[in-house]
Design a binder for this molecule. Structure first.
Ligand code: UDP
Ligand code: MG
Length: 141
């Protein structure tokens, strides 16, 4: 099944100058880019995006981090995109991420971990709609 997922190049990776490197992974792995922008999330917007994690011990720090500096959400599409993108980014904690994965290569720690990936088809569509209107999603051939 062709699926869509949301990548976010997180503030740590943008600040470290790894935006282009991470886009190169997206392209090398054969994802189609449907939409991409740089945004400075407000604290309120970051809290809304991650509200599924509200109450978890890392939630407040995660919201602070994601609203601390610009990030780059990218809507991408591929066969089995949800699992495929999670394979490409690697485990949440870079110490546990496989060699060659984005988090192994670029993450600072388990919180500032370079890239986001959606965890289900349903959440991927919801997360893409959080950042992009229908008109912004290019239906490229
Ligand atoms: N996170 C954290 N500490 C944790 C678990 C998660 O700081 O113990 C942060 C981290 O930035 C992670 C995000 O919260 O990417 C969302 O957590 P999730 O468990 O959904 O991990 P992911 O799906 O991003 O691998
Ligand atoms: Mg997750």
């Amino acid at each position: 099944m062709i699926e869509r997922t949301l990548c976010i190049i997180k503030p740590d990776a943008v600040a470290a100058g790894n935006t282009g490197n991470i886009i190169a992974h997206i392209q090398k792995e054969g994802f189609r880019i449907l939409g991409m922008k740089m945004v400075a999330l407000s604290h309120k917007a970051a809290a809304k995006f991650y509200e599924v994690h509200k109450g978890r011990p890392f939630y407040d720090g995660l919201v602070d981090f994601m609203s601390s500096a610009p990030c780059v959400p990218i809507a991408i599409e591929k066969e089995s995109a949800i699992a495929e993108w999670r394979r490409v980014i690697g485990a949440t904690d870079p110490a546990e991420a496989a060699d060659g994965t984005i988090r192994k290569l670029y993450a600072k720690n388990k919180g500032e971990n370079a890239a986001h990936g959606s965890d289900s088809v349903e959440n991927g569509l919801r997360e893409i709609a959080f950042f992009f209107t229908e008109r912004e999603l290019a239906d490229l051939a």
